[in-house]
Design a binder for this molecule. Sequence first.
Ligand SMILES: [Mg+2]
Length: 370
Amino acid sequence: MRGQDKFLGALIGGAAGDALGYPVEFDSANEILAEYGDAGVTQYKLRGGIAQISDDTQMTLFTAAGLLTGLTRGMHRGFLADPSDYIIYGYRDWYRTQTTPFSMREGERYSWLSNVKQLYNRRAPGMTCLSALQEGVAGTIEHPVNDSKGCGGIMRVAPVGLFYCDSKRSYAYSDLAAARAAALTHGHELGYISAAALAHILRRIVEQGDGVEAATHSAMQFLPTLFPTSKYLPALQELIERAVALAKEGEDDRAAIFRLGQGFVAEETLAIALYCAIKYEDDFARGIAAAVSHGGDSDSTGAVAGNILGARRGYAAIPERFTARLELKDVIGEIARDLYRCGVMRDADFGERIWTRKYVTFDYCPEEDT
Ligand SMILES: [Mg+2]
C-alpha cells in the first residue's frame, strides 16, 4: 500500500513538524540557538510524556473531516456541493472545541473529531481563524472575510491535495478547493493562493511521483492559469524561486531562512517549508529541524515542511522517535487512511456502519469503538 504510506507520511509528518516547532513558536532565533545549539531543535520537548500538536494539526484534521463528510453525503444523495461548503462545518466544529468544554456526543457537531477529548486542548489557536469563525460568516474568494494572509489558511490544507489524488477531478478543481478552504478565514490573495500551491505540490508528489522541486515548478507554472488577474501572484512566484535557489546554494539554514521571511504569512510559510523540503528531501529529521529552528512561526513552517517531506518519502521514512510519542497519532492515522480510501478504485464503502457513524451521524468515538 505505497499510496497509503504517503498519505500517512503527509499527515503524520505534518503533525511531527508541528509538534517539534510548537514549544519554540514564540522564541527568537537567538533564544533557540542558546537553548538548542547549532543543530537547532532536533528532539521533541515532551510535556507529560507526549509531543503536543498545535492548532495547525488540529485544523488539518478538521479540514479532512469536512472533505470526508461532504463526499459521503454526496455519495448518499447523488449531489455534491463545493468542498468548502463542508469544510466550513469542520472549522465550526474546531471552533467549538476551542471555545466550549468537552462533552461526549452532546450538542451540535459536524464530525466524529468532536468526540475526541484531546482535541479540545487550546494550543495557541490563531486569532484570525478564531475571529473569522466567531463572526459566523464563511469567507470566499469573491467575498473575502478580511484582508489576512496569515499562515492559518495554508497550514491546514494538506488533506485537500491528498483527497483528490487519483480522483477524476482536475488540478484546477483541487487547487481551487484548497484556495477556497483557506479563503473561509483568510481573504488576502496570498493567504489562499499559497494554500492552492501547497495542495498542488502535494498532489503532484503523491499522484505523479514528482520530486519536491518538480512539483513546485508545476505549481508555479499552473497557478497563473487559475488566478489570471492576481495582483500578488508574481510576488509569490519570486519568493518561491528564491527559496528553490537558496536550497541549492549551500548557505547556512538560519541565514537562508532569514532571507525568506518568518513564516507568519502564508507565502513565507510555503517558501520556508519548500526550502527545507528541497534541501533535505531525503532526510526528514534534518528537514523539519531546519524548518522549526528560526525566529518565526516555527510550528506552521514545521507542519508544512513535514507535510511535504512525509508525502515525498512516506511514513516509513519518518524516524520512530518522531512518531512514538506523537499526540493523537492514531486519530491522525485514521483520518489519513480514510482519505486514502476515497480515491477512485480504492475500497471506501460509504454505506459501511463505522463509516456512516464517522461521516453521517458523527457518533463514532475511537476510544469506545476500537
Ligand atoms: Mg500552531
